[in-house]
Design a protein around this ligand. Structure first.
Ligand SMILES: NC(=O)c1ccc[n+]([C@@H]2O[C@H](COP(=O)([O-])OP(=O)(O)OC[C@H]3O[C@@H](n4cnc5c(N)ncnc54)[C@H](OP(=O)(O)O)[C@@H]3O)[C@@H](O)[C@H]2O)c1
Length: 288
């Protein structure tokens, strides 16, 4: 039986992974997520504390560590760059060093925001990165630390993730309860990816020793506007959706205008395909 440690287990991806792995006889799970206390909540394992990370990993001795912990509030990262660097860059570095020391495999999750979005064809794993936000820059730094410090590591770049927790789907449905018309950006291109599909790709990869960087998004592409239209269609919600431009919806963090990822390594090295984004979204709707 292999021991798997999941950091950030209470987040969208962490929850999806637990759902897939629970009950699989070949894996024993160790999850570290937030625990409630009198002042709110604390992380049972704070990945920004190197000693805690080392102690935990040396004590548990997992064969596989899956890092789902991150500071994912993209706009907040702009005003809290130090915190973003600690969680998105130093946390993965400490995990990578501890994994190397204990000969564990590290799975680390990254983002389409490492690209600047100026491209016009899907980005492959070899495409040049050039992050344009604090979130993107700190995630990129985390990826580099993982490559530098852990020989047996997988880095999966994903995008537009929705699962259990805060996400675009939930935001749209909440807004529709009080607004007859919703304005959504229609000039940013990407691929909505269900946390469950991403978790499936991770579970597939940990069954291999084919380490490296992978793009792992659902197939196909769309805009936030078209995704919103699809959400309301699937949910049977009658609301007007207005297409607007990025300029009409200013945010603290710059987003890549085009961040479609090509899952080239999954396809060419493994013949592995993720679901089309609309099919994955239908599956999600059935379950929620
Ligand atoms: N969401 C997306 O659209 C998206 C897109 C591209 C890539 N990704 C990447 O995919 C991965 C999973 O994302 P997700 O959507 O599942 O994120 P999420 O729902 O925001 O979950 C992140 C988890 O990390 C925990 N965390 C934060 N700081 C921590 C720390 N110092 N120590 C330990 N845990 C900490 C959070 O706990 P608290 O909430 O209690 O702080 C939360 O449970 C991340 O690497 C993210 O960068 C996400």
């Amino acid at each position: 039986m292999k021991r798997i440690m999941i950091t950030g287990a209470g987040g969208q991806l962490g929850l999806a992974l637990q759902r897939l792995l629970k009950g699989q006889a070949e894996y024993e799970l160790f999850r570290t997520d937030a625990v409630a206390n009198e002042v709110g909540s604390i992380h049972a394992l704070d990945i920004t504390k190197q000693e805690e990370v080392n102690d935990y990993i040396e004590n548990i001795k997992p064969e596989i560590i899956i890092n789902c912990a991150a500071f994912t509030a993209v706009d907040l990262c702009e005003s809290e760059p130090e915190k973003a660097y600690q969680i998105n860059a130093l946390g993965p570095k400490y995990l990578a060093m501890a994994a190397e020391k204990t000969k564990a495999v590290l799975v680390h999750v990254s983002t389409d925001y490492v690209f600047d979005g100026q491209g016009s064809v899907p980005y492959t794993e070899e495409s040049a990165t050039n992050p344009i936000s604090v979130y993107g820059k700190t995630k990129q730094a985390g990826d580099e630390f993982v490559r530098e410090h852990c020989s047996n590591s997988f880095i999966l770049r994903t995008a537009w993730v929705y699962g259990e927790g805060k996400n675009f789907v939930k935001t749209m449905l909440r807004l529709a309860q009080t607004n007859p018309k919703i304005r959504v950006v229609a000039d940013q291109y990407g691929t909505p990816t269900s946390a469950l599909e991403l978790a499936r790709a991770i579970v597939y990869l940990i069954g291999t020793e084919s380490y490296g960087t992978y793009h792992a998004t659902c197939e196909g592409s769309t805009t936030w506007y078209e995704f919103a239209v699809e959400i309301f269609k699937e949910a049977g919600v009658d609301v007007e959706v207005e297409a607007i431009t990025t300029k009409e919806y200013p945010t603290p963090a710059k987003r890549p205008m085009y961040s479609i990822l090509d899952n080239k390594a999954l396809r060419e090295r493994h013949g592995y395909y993720m679901k089309d984004w609309k099919d994955a979204f239908k599956e999600y709707c059935k379950e929620h």
